[in-house]
Design a protein around this ligand. Structure first.
Ligand SMILES: Cc1cc2nc3c(=O)[nH]c(=O)nc-3n(C[C@H](O)[C@H](O)[C@H](O)COP(=O)(O)O)c2cc1C
Length: 366
């Protein structure tokens, strides 16, 4: 069986991470992934952005079971952790949480991380199984003192070697190198997985690196291992499973995505990769008009972009959640064009690992 040092350190069966995919819920998906031997991640960003967007929170709430919502976002997150622990007790599955730490949500991000530390405090089982914090979309350095006061395994997501060096400075336990082909938020200056992943591995010796962006099967997993990664994080692939909390229309958009089936346009927090549709193509036109920097690697500031343009993204997501096909907007990675089925998480994981073993055997015989 293919195992890496990351598997040993986290106690997971396979070198696979199910990506956090906020601001949408991944509560049920996380449980299914943890039960299947994958590191499952809860997305906390809808709770962080609750003060800005009730619409997003409403989409997130669809993934709640009765009794999950608490009086504050922090209490809600703790309840989600408790429910996840309960639902993964039999398998002893390992899970974690993804918290976005960008400047505009500094306060709420701190609340989420504090809730994660607190819920683990007096519960040895929670400490053992709520094992990982994945921070993203910001500078990891200011968070080091708080996170390193616990024994959480801390990973940070990066789109460049420069950002990976910041992770080393912050003392993270692992780095997720996320290439431009990945789903939803991407970087202003495109760097794809094939270049980014080995460059981060080389720049950060001794720190486990996980690849993200474009991974969806056993062959791509083996490719990541060949590039020096200790595992892969998959977003779009896990989104398109039976247990995934995303609505059917979203999954259908991935299943239908054809050759070159994604576009990059300006979303509310920056460039984002969407599944190609009339709506997302309209967003590309608007981006060219107000925010051409997306395509030339030059960050814009929001002053050039009218508010109604920024709000388009949320309108599109809300339409998807209401089942309005003509106005639907969905996000996903380039690998959407390689995804053609809706398996259970267990079936998917077994297939990925079987294909990875077969691929290794084939390579050995060359
Ligand atoms: C719908 C969607 C939402 C996402 N939301 C987040 C998020 O809230 N935080 C984050 O760090 N990454 C987010 N991502 C990126 C994933 O964590 C992951 O890195 C990416 O999907 C990997 O590329 P792939 O889609 O090719 O697997 C999101 C991806 C998708 C598809």
């Amino acid at each position: 069986m293919i195992r890496t040092e990351l598997c040993e350190r986290l106690g997971i069966k396979y070198p696979l991470i199910q990506a956090g995919m906020g601001p949408f819920g991944t509560n049920r998906l996380c449980i299914a992934c943890a039960n299947a031997g994958v590191l499952g991640l809860i997305s906390a960003s809808a709770l962080e952005f609750k003060f800005m967007s009730e619409d997003t929170y409403e989409m997130f709430k669809r993934t709640f079971e009765p009794g999950i919502e608490g009086p504050t976002p922090a209490e809600t997150l703790k309840n989600i952790f408790r429910r996840t622990l309960e639902r993964t007790r039999e398998s002893g599955g390992i899970f974690g949480v993804n918290v976005m730490v960008s400047e505009e949500v500094r306060g709420p991000a701190e609340e989420m991380i504090r809730a994660t530390l607190e819920v683990r405090e007096d519960d040895p089982e929670m400490r053992r199984r709520l094992r990982v914090l994945v921070t993203s979309a910001g500078n990891p350095v200011p968070w080091a003192e708080m996170v390193k006061s616990s024994d959480l395994f801390w990973m940070h997501v990066v789109p460049s070697v420069r950002a990976a060096r910041k992770c080393v400075e912050a003392g993270v336990d692992g780095i997720i190198a996320s290439g431009h082909e990945g789903g939803f938020h991407v970087a202003w200056e495109p760097l794809h997985t094939m270049t980014l992943l080995p460059a981060v591995v080389d720049a950060c010796p001794g720190v486990p690196v996980v690849g993200a962006g474009g991974f969806c099967d056993g062959r791509t997993l083996v490719a990541a291992l060949a590039l020096g990664a200790q595992g892969v994080q998959m977003g779009t692939r896990f989104l398109c499973t039976q247990e995934s909390d995303f609505v059917d229309l979203w999954k259908e958009s991935i299943l239908k995505a054809g050759d070159r089936g994604t576009v990059v346009a300006r979303g509310i927090v920056g460039p984002a990769r969407y599944i190609r549709s009339p709506f997302s193509e309209e967003m590309v036109e608007v981006t060219v008009k107000y925010s051409p920097g997306v395509y030339t690697g030059k960050p814009d500031d929001l002053t050039t972009v009218p508010v109604e343009v920024l709000l388009k993204e949320m309108e599109g997501f809300s339409a998807t959640y209401r089942g309005e096909r003509e106005r639907a907007l969905t996000a996903g990675g380039e690998c959407a064009q390689r995804i053609n089925d809706l398996p259970t998480v267990k079936e998917l994981v077994e297939r990925i690992m079987r294909e990875a073993e077969e691929t290794l055997a084939r390579l050995r015989s060359l």
